[in-house]
Ligand binder design. Structure first.
Ligand code: CU
Length: 128
């Protein structure tokens, strides 16, 4: 069941990647990602959490995030949590240590204009 879910997620990402404007366009037009930790395209030790800062406070219960490894497997994380003070900041706890190599973070959310925005970025876990 989990495998099937991961495969579906990847299909969605590929389809969306072809039609959605770049992240920099989204920042200025409407809802988007302002920054993340790990940063996009960074190389880092295995993180304990993935943190996202959006350009607007997302609508309630609109934010989702998936962590996917280079084999396309959906990795287990904790639930998506909104920061109680900075309402633009969301995070998930990573379960265990991530293997070295590329990882993709696929996220979605809805801002003020009611459009669902989806995008993804990658980071690499160092070998050491
Ligand atoms: Cu919009």
């Amino acid at each position: 069941m989990r495998k099937k879910f991961a495969a579906l997620a990847l299909v969605t990402i590929v389809a969306v990647g072809a039609t959605v404007a770049s992240t920099s366009d989204l920042d200025t037009i409407h809802f988007g990602l302002a920054k993340s930790i790990p940063e996009a395209d960074s190389s880092v030790p295995s993180p304990e959490a993935v943190q996202l800062w959006f350009t607007q406070i997302p609508q309630n219960n609109s934010v989702g995030m998936r962590l996917i490894n280079s084999a396309g497997d959906l990795l287990e994380t904790g639930p998506i949590m909104q920061d109680s003070e900075d309402h633009k900041r969301y995070s998930v706890q990573v379960k265990g240590k991530l293997a070295a190599g590329a990882h993709m973070v696929a996220w979605r959310g809805i801002g003020d204009d009611g459009h669902v925005v989806r995008n993804e970025f990658s980071f690499t876990v160092d070998a050491h």
